[in-house]
Write a protein that binds this ligand. Sequence first.
Ligand SMILES: [Zn+2]
Length: 301
Amino acid sequence: MERLRIPNLATYLPIAPSDLLLTAPIAARVLFGATPAGRVVQAAAFGVYAGSAAIDWAARADAKRVDFEATFGIDPLSPPDASEEDRREDIARLVETLDAGYQPMRIPRKELAEEVDRHLTEFLAELTGQRLETSAQVRQFMLAQMIFPFALGAADPLTGDVAIFKSVGVFEPHVIAHEFCHRKGYLKEVEAQVLAYLALAGSGDPVLEQSAYCERLDRQLWVLADRDTAKYNELLSETGLREELRSGFEFRHPTEQTYARLVGPFMKGAYDARMKLTGQNGLSDYDEGFTNFLLAIERET
Ligand SMILES: [Zn+2]
């Protein structure tokens, strides 16, 4: 099979080049004042960031993409609506499957990321006929975390850098797979949601399958709860989902702490607007669009 390697050099550096770029002007001023050395530091930070991005961009020119409409018969940006009954049935099915096959999460993040990357690469290769190989590195920190306190992870579309901010328990394989989809060039959120889900749900690995089903269950409940935390928790407790798994859902929609409560709504609005500017439907692509698409392609088959 045809093979293409994207170097993702930025992902192997100890600090994210995007963070270097953001902090270089302050660091240079503190360390060197208004001297030429300060300008050299800033130029070097820019060079590392832009250089890594340019190398990936050139390599990516030959990458093959999944054609969603040809493959699934449905555009993930405009799937047919699911009814409330569809959602409730889906929730019942997911809870039954999850309760019966519970898997404790024991794999360290580094190994998990390599496992997720392997399945995602294979899944995409089946659809495109090309093995698109990318880095399996995951950071613990990027400055984006301060800007988007509600996010679980982030990806820098230019360098392919990925960070997972929190320990996300059973959701971790899906969060990693979602960010790795961005790394492989699927920048739209609903595309990353759908490809991550399908790659994990069809992986044959019970830990990865569980994560995909948990993501789908969480998103279904969130839509059904009209994105209201109290209602979500009520619906969650009514599902009968076993305790080991249910406790892992509580952090997904927390009653927000001071900083996140102040910054969260504003940045969510800004993020929603940015998504719309890039041809997406907005934050609903993560949950409503994602679950509508899955239900629709399953109806087709
Ligand atoms: Zn994303």
